[in-house]
Design a protein around this ligand. Structure first.
Ligand code: C2E
Ligand code: MG
Ligand code: MG
Ligand code: MG
Length: 285
């Protein structure tokens, strides 16, 4: 009897898994043509200095405008792109497009680009970055590569060698989603980061939760001790912003400060938001 049940359960999982695998194959198949069909877009979200409210840069965020499914979020297709290796082609497109865009900007703003573990561990990644900078004419110090801790753990020596090559080009490196990885503190020490981005999950209710406040204060202290600027991700409310400003957090990013948008609407935003004090932004909502 146990055997029969076991087999039935197996068949049930097999059917459920079959549907998921099929879905992944469909996405993978469509993704194969997404770049050549021009279905990928970048949205740019501002990163602001909290003392002045000035825009210091933008993060490029990938969007897939699928022919029939509408806009697909990166969380839904990047893991598939990573498994199939397509992320190399997609990531190169992102890097080129973001650098080309930033090179046209009148002000020397930073362009932050997310880098997947697969890209970081691919052969000649630093060489690719070097080429793209050369071809687009973007100054290396205006490119910031955002790397999560999970991207570092696969092969630490290789990751370290690549990060050092990137640093020697003059490119900046930010640790993305800080606090959500396996060993944030040792990674901070072992790798040459220029910035800490505190994950949005710690910013959420930082003004109302003692635990969240204690963690954010500790990360800010860590940043001061290491001489690294700290950026708060996912700032949504005036209360969160007021807390961060009072605790002398350097930079912020989030829906309150600006949503990810196609670049057209950002020329205006950059012009309008330069030098605006943080207190005014907090009062607005
Ligand atoms: P991330 O790099 O941590 O990017 C921040 C995410 O938070 C973005 O989601 C952004 O739209 C969202 N966000 C910003 N402000 C707020 C806020 O105030 N509240 C909330 N709830 N969310 C906010 P998105 O664009 O869906 O991207 C998700 C993740 O996908 C990114 O997380 C990044 O890990 C990855 N990703 C995006 N673009 C790329 C890319 O070009 N290459 C690679 N490898 N990964 C990418
Ligand atoms: Mg990021
Ligand atoms: Mg993040
Ligand atoms: Mg993330």
């Amino acid at each position: 009897r146990a055997k029969v049940e076991g087999r039935g359960t197996y068949r049930f999982f097999e059917a459920a898994m079959g549907a998921e695998v099929k879905e992944r194959r469909l996405i993978e198949h469509d993704l194969l043509h997404a770049v050549s069909r021009g279905e990928l877009r970048l949205a740019y979200q501002p990163q602001k200095q909290l003392t002045s409210g000035a825009v210091i840069g933008f993060e490029a965020l990938l969007r897939w405008q699928h022919a029939t499914r509408g806009v697909i979020s990166p969380d839904a297709f990047i893991p598939i792109a990573e498994e199939s290796g397509l992320i190399l082609q997609i990531g190169e497109w992102v890097l080129r497009t973001a650098c080309r865009e930033a090179a046209t900007w009148q002000r020397p703003l930073v362009m932050a680009v997310n880098v997947s573990a697969v890209q970081l561990h691919s052969a000649q990644f630093a060489q690719l970055v070097h080429e793209v900078l050369f071809q687009t004419g973007l100054s290396p110090k205006r490119l910031e590569l955002e790397i999560t801790e999970t991207a570092l753990i696969r092969d630490k020596n290789r990751a370290l060698a690549t990060l050092r090559q990137l640093k020697s080009l003059g490119v900046r490196i930010a640790m993305d989603d800080f606090g959500t990885g396996y060993s944030s503190l040792s990674n901070l020490r072992a790798f040459p980061f220029d910035k800490i981005k505190i994950d949005a999950s710690f910013i959420r209710s930082v003004d109302t939760s003692d635990e969240a406040a204690a963690i954010v204060r500790a990360v800010l202290g860590l940043g001061r001790g290491l001489g690294l600027p700290v950026l708060a991700e996912g700032v949504e409310t005036a209360g969160e912003l007021a807390f961060l400003a009072a605790e002398l957090c350097h930079e912020g990013q989030g829906y309150l400060l600006g949503r990810p948008c196609p670049i057209e609407s950002y020329e205006a935003l950059v012009a309008a938001s330069g030098g605006k004090p943080v207190a005014a932004a907090a009062r607005r909502s």
